[in-house]
Design a protein around this ligand. Sequence first.
Ligand code: BGC
Length: 481
Amino acid sequence: MPQSAKPVTVNFGYLVPICLVAALGGLLFGYDTGVISGAIEPLTVRFALGAAMKGWVSGCVLIGCALGVLVVGGVADRFGRRLPLLLSAALFLLSAAGTALAGGVGVFILFRFLGGVGIGIASMATPIYIAEITPARVRGRLVAVNQIAIVIGIAATSFVNYWIAGRGDQAWLIEHGWRWMFATGVAPAVLFALLLLRIPESPRWLIEMGRGAEAKGILTKVGGAGFCETEAAEIEAAITRDKEGKVSLLSPRLRRPLLLGLALAVLQQVTGINVFMYFGATIFRSLSTSTGVDAGLLQQVIINGSCVVFTLVAIASVDRWGRRPLMLLGAAGMGLSLLAMGLMAQLGADPASAGAWMLAFILAYIAAFGLSVGPVIWVILVEIFPTTVRGRALGLATFFLWTSDYLVTQTFPMMDANDSWFVQRFHHAFPFYAYAGFCAVLIGVVWKFLPETKGRTLEEIERDWGVGDAAAQAPLPRTAP
Ligand code: BGC
């Protein structure tokens, strides 16, 4: 009987603190992503940045992310899942201190780039680690905790930046304030590194390395002796199958999960989330002339707050409803909200009410993302690859994710500039239409290619692809057993 069909008594007292420590990686991922938004204006004045340099100061972090994930996959497969997490903590620390103390823009960019490498590593190592240590029944929920941590990290920066900005005048902010914004990242990075020393290695990786006794000790603590026995046997069988079937990143049998993973990673970004995370206030202002009050901060708080709330809904439902329904519902909601934003931007609306409508549509979009595409794509990405190549495969998928993020972030201001061809023809609607189009593609990909992985062990999912097992070519189930 597959493990997924047996009841497992999960020891949450042991498992949850471990997952929370790992999720600090997500928190720092969010923190380092968000911190630049409050610092960019004083930095621009302090280092007299031109438009291109300003873009590079913000964007270099994403290039670091993309490179980080390319390197870390091999490290995770060879040296374990904990070492990359420690590496990311060290890079977060280095980056926070280095950017805070930078005397020139070159040094600043170097340390920001290193922070990006840290974000890239954490974005991949944290979900892999959590997925590999949790039983199937609660895996979706605990991996999605990482997403909450990311959003809380982003939200925390808006509060911290706001608080720091209030400590002095403009001159102080330009000379010193922005340095404190980066320096506040030191404390969580140190905490992360210290706590990481107390969590165990991934039992799946330990078994692969022939350290079965250590792995069994951990599995017993997670779900009891019965769970340990079946889980360890399944992992061993899957690893033997992978080795006999010589599974490598280029194996023909890996082609389907790999293409699916890459497509989902790209689609998570080209459906536009980070345009709202990075440029939310700009979008709002370009369509509204309603109030004289600068609502930027309040809006950011509302947007981040609603993202947290809907990610909580996803956590509660991902292991109950399954991945497919959440993804289909969420992608449809995002697409419709984007379409509404596009139509409003193109056809025009009463400027007095445009801001409120825009905020409502953005919130609907954020809610749909928080419920589905945000957390669930990370859950799926760690589930669909076999253990022996999980690090490298996820590394490649995350590389595509960060590169797409970079392209979207780079192209949005170009499409949204008042003198651009897009604005002259579509007002400010074109990017929304484009992202809505990608939502339709996402629905198609999920509908046609995504198997339901709810409640299945990582080894059962692997077997379903027929990876490493010539006999197992069964079609993938659309719904969980
Ligand atoms: C995405 C990030 C995004 C974050 C925002 C994550 O799932 O990968 O690109 O910034 O969600 O909530």
